[in-house]
Design a protein around this ligand. Sequence first.
Ligand SMILES: Cc1ncc(COP(=O)(O)O)c(C=O)c1O
Length: 399
Amino acid sequence: MHPRTRLALAGQQTDGAYNSIVPPLYQSAIFRFEDLGQTKGFDYTRSGNPTRKALEDVLADLEGGAGAAALTSGMAAVSTTLALFDADAHFLCSHDCYGGTERLFCHLRDQGKLDVSFVDLTDPETLSDAIRPETRAIWVETPSNPLLRIVDLEAVATVARAHGLTLIVDNTFLSPIRQQPLALGADLVVYSTTKYINGHSDVVGGAVIARTETLNEQLQFAANAHGTIAQPFDCWLVLRGLKTLPLRMKQHEENARAVAHFLAQHPNVETVFYPGLPSHEGHEVAARQQQGFGGMVSFAVRGGEAVVNHLLRSTKVFSLAESLGGVESLIEHPATMSHASMRPEQRAAAGITDAVVRLSVGIENIDDLLADLAQALDGPTQAALSGDGVAGEVVPYVV
Ligand SMILES: Cc1ncc(COP(=O)(O)O)c(C=O)c1O
């Protein structure tokens, strides 16, 4: 069946008691034993829960993986994945990954629990040069956060296979509806389900999907041993959100395309980062490996801090907020918000300047979105020139 059909029916067969159409919520920490050593499949929710299992089965099915673990946040998905490796493992990681991922890698490196090199994975030569004898895995974020750089997953998978490395892909920005990393050669797929997968900004969650049974067993062990599992109610909400993922994604993309074109012709915009634009350096690869270009648009603002600050303070439909992938449109400033946790030198290396603004384009009416951006971008030049209080330092807010 088509993924849209599979998602609409997701979890429907899980209620053996009453055949409920909506998957039941088993908000229970414990399950009674039938007899000594005999259960109905579940004993304690950290080790397993039917509602969590229903979500994990849907995610594994969508990705074509052997199994999935639903976890308590996207960062729990990152940390549980890193826990699969020995302490002497060296990782190669996208140089412009999510700031929290960079922070965790650096923290674990400083504790002597792993080693990491941040490299521009869009360049296959840089990748091969960075591989060391102790390298165990490649961590790719594509499209990357916030500059939406595109990494050719098949090309990286070829290098990974040749060197016996595990390929891990953070697919948060696209969701399984727009990119299937396992089919392109990845071993593990990581998600912050907080974003498009849940899509309603009411759950913080994560997931990892494993290609093989062996990796899935290791993953389930790590999730249980570290206790990073997702709670039943959160899983129930994510399952509900997933059912409309294809429809939401379609609208996000339609709006994002229009926003990108609008920004590309605006005098106060220096550069637009949107893989759907033919001018984007990763456009061709994105068109090949993705089924759409996603709903995220970043851009560099022309005119300096005053114009950036005015824009961030003036939108009315786009809320100034950190996250992404929900039905509502958001605007944020990576340097002081989502990527404030990244070391300044790493931010500079990744090209995340103070001029970059990131939009999570929601599913609202496009005319309202464009009018909102127009009034926020058109106003500042005059205001900045007359110095009427739009400038001023933005205080970093670290999540
Ligand atoms: C690409 C990516 N991966 C992982 C995370 C972490 O997810 P969470 O905030 O759910 O812990 C984020 C959060 O923004 C993200 O953008």
